[in-house]
Ligand binder design. Structure first.
Ligand code: GRF
Length: 203
């Protein structure tokens, strides 16, 4: 791939199935770096499988959260990425990083935001008795799952739904939605302007 390809970094903490979905769809964009805050993240294996550099910035080795965030910032600045995609990255990004990468940092979340930010979204959706559930890709701000929404995939919850069945259905939707959003951003069809998401007419 040439330098002109839209280059992204993917940040993970665990399993990495969304990372894999992004790696599989490379073409309009390429994954230049995988960063994990967890040295034991199973998703790190995709680095060798797809020949992408991995970098561990172990949260546990930093006494201060701000030093961890600074190390993350320096790593991301060095790579000169067009976009940073959080994929199961279990850290709240601080204001400094949000400002440094304004409009260039996105996240995927397993609920129809603003419903169910945070953890255990499938369990909470079932307990709340909602009829629809799904996933959201949004620009990152310094709240928990609160940034401007880019796109959502929605599904009906069936009467016999369990937390496990719902989690696996939503995950399959995530794996389609996230690469699509990254491709559209790479094509210049989605942008963040004055903290609002703008879409090109053709999508
Ligand atoms: C996904 O459900 C994602 O939406 C959420 O964390 C989970 C990560 O899963 N932010 P994986 O590591 O991509 O498999």
């Amino acid at each position: 791939m040439t330098d002109s390809v839209f280059k992204i970094a993917v940040l993970i903490s665990g399993r990495g199935s969304n990372l894999e979905s992004l790696l599989k769809k490379q073409g309009l964009y390429s994954v230049g770096l995988i960063v994990s805050d967890n040295p034991d993240a199973p998703g790190l294996k995709y680095g060798s499988l797809y020949n992408v550099t991995t970098k561990i910035i172990n949260k546990a080795e930093f006494a201060l959260k701000k030093d961890f965030q600074e190390a993350l910032k320096q790593t991301l600045l060095k790579g000169n990425f067009d976009l940073i995609a959080l994929a199961g990255f279990m850290q709240i990004i601080n204001k400094d990083l949000i400002e440094t990468f304004a409009g260039k940092m996105i996240n995927i979340h397993p609920s129809l935001l603003p419903k169910f930010p945070g953890l255990d979204t499938h369990k909470r959706a079932l307990e709340a008795g909602v009829k629809q559930h799904g996933c959201t890709v949004h620009f990152v701000d310094n709240g928990v799952d609160t940034g401007p929404v880019i796109a959502q995939s929605e599904l009906e919850i069936s009467p016999d739904e369990t937390e496990e069945s719902l989690a696996s259905k939503v995950l399959a939707y995530e794996h389609r939605l996230y690469p699509w959003v990254v491709e559209e951003i790479a094509k210049g069809n989605i942008r963040l302007v004055n903290n609002k998401v703008e879409f090109a007419d053709n999508i």
